[in-house]
Design a protein around this ligand. Structure first.
Ligand SMILES: [Zn+2]
Ligand SMILES: [Zn+2]
Length: 269
């Protein structure tokens, strides 16, 4: 049993991650147009009609804007909490299966997610801990201003972690954003700085952790080398797996977790 994790693109202009297990094909977030999702899935040899389920973290358009259309076009089930479903104008039960934080949600016979609440202004955001039933877990968390003890507890022992590394503090502070926006981004309901992300990863790095993807990098207030070096500096000696950065443009690589495939990495372009 294995789980393949492929970011189809990540950033403030859209987020979606393809998860494939032996029997289930699902997306975490659907923040692109249906056409973009179709195109990006086809780059990794997947037809959109193969999607069984989509789990949405929160209603912001870069995470949820394609969900309603995806359900209509491809017949996949959409899962979200009640606040997110309501804000995306998805009718609970008929159009969206609603979940409660900290209760496992089955996306297919061999894929489930555990929603973990995380602080994000004006949104009922969750991170997801994915499991394919054989004890291997993957964490996926973006759009939060701060970590929580609960999140750290659940990220501990994961084989893969995808986490936002949104901004470089001094770039943001010296950049063109107005002060109130800077305050919002750095606040508890904003986004994680490179330093905050590195601190979280330092806390949860363990021999079980084989791959890390830094995602949702701000194009104005960050740069891949800044995010990467901050994290590497902090986890050096604790982590010897694969570290990559997911960008906005499209799928660039896949990671696998599961028996015998923990070190398999494939580049798609
Ligand atoms: Zn976002
Ligand atoms: Zn958001």
């Amino acid at each position: 049993m294995s789980m393949q994790i492929t970011h189809l693109g990540s950033g403030s202009r859209g987020n979606a991650t393809l998860i494939r297990t032996d029997e289930t094909t699902a997306l975490i977030d659907c923040g692109f147009s249906a056409r973009q999702i179709e195109k990006r899935l086809s780059m990794v040899g997947v037809a959109a009609s193969d999607l069984d389920a989509i789990a949405i973290t929160h209603h912001h358009s870069d995470h949820g804007k394609g969900a309603a259309r995806a359900r209509l076009l491809w017949g996949c089930e959409v899962h979200a909490n009640l606040v997110t479903a309501t804000k995306l104008l998805l009718e609970p039960v008929n159009e969206c299966r609603t979940f409660t934080s900290l209760e496992r949600v089955e996306l297919g016979p061999d894929l489930s997610v555990l929603p973990i609440p995380v602080p994000h202004d004006g949104a009922e955001n969750v991170g997801f801990i994915l499991s394919n039933g054989d004890g291997m877990r993957a964490g996926m968390v973006t759009d939060l201003g701060d970590s929580t003890d609960e999140l750290i507890r659940h990220l501990n022992g994961c084989s893969h972690i995808s986490i936002e590394s949104n901004y470089d503090y001094s770039r943001l502070m010296n950049g063109p954003y107005p002060d109130n926006l800077k305050r919002r981004i750095t606040g508890r309901g904003g986004h994680l700085s490179n330093e905050q992300t590195a601190t979280i990863l330092e806390q949860v790095s363990s021999p079980e952790l084989r791959s890390i993807v830094l995602c949702h990098l701000s194009e104005k207030n960050n740069a891949p080398h800044l995010a990467e070096s901050e994290t590497l500096m902090r986890i050096e000696g604790k982590f010897d797996g694969d570290l990559r950065i997911s960008r906005q443009q499209g799928p660039e690589f896949s990671h696998w977790i599961g028996d015998g495939v923990s070190d398999k990495i494939a580049l798609t372009i």
